[in-house]
Design a protein around this ligand. Sequence first.
Ligand code: SF4
Ligand code: SF4
Length: 125
Amino acid sequence: MGVAIEVLKRLVSRPVTTKYPDAPPETPEGLRGKVEWNRETCIWCKMCEMNCPANAISIDKEKKIWSIDTAKCIFCGRCNEVCPTKPKSVYLTKKIELATERKENLRDVYEEHHSQEKGQKEQKT
Ligand code: SF4
Ligand code: SF4
């Protein structure tokens, strides 16, 4: 009897499976995805770099270079917590599709007055 009730319930309930990757994944509130940075609000205080437990963030204050190695990032959100600006200059997005064939592609280097460079092999700091 219990099985019959369960079958009837499943017949009228929404499927638990999703259409991903054909449709975008449903992301829960508070999901911690790829870390990004806003050059417009950053005050170059280096708090994010100093507090990152994975040493994923590198900043050259003089050359105005901010970079992150997402291959090292553990998505803890500490950089966002300690960033003093409002709005936060470093923040976690809901981007979770980060797979790549080369680890170097996960390094994002932002230089002031220049467009973002992807996949830098050498650290600039
Ligand atoms: S989320 Fe955590 S590990 Fe990733 S860059 Fe920020 S502080 Fe570092
Ligand atoms: S903590 Fe925020 S303001 Fe300070 S350097 Fe990092 S991103 Fe910029």
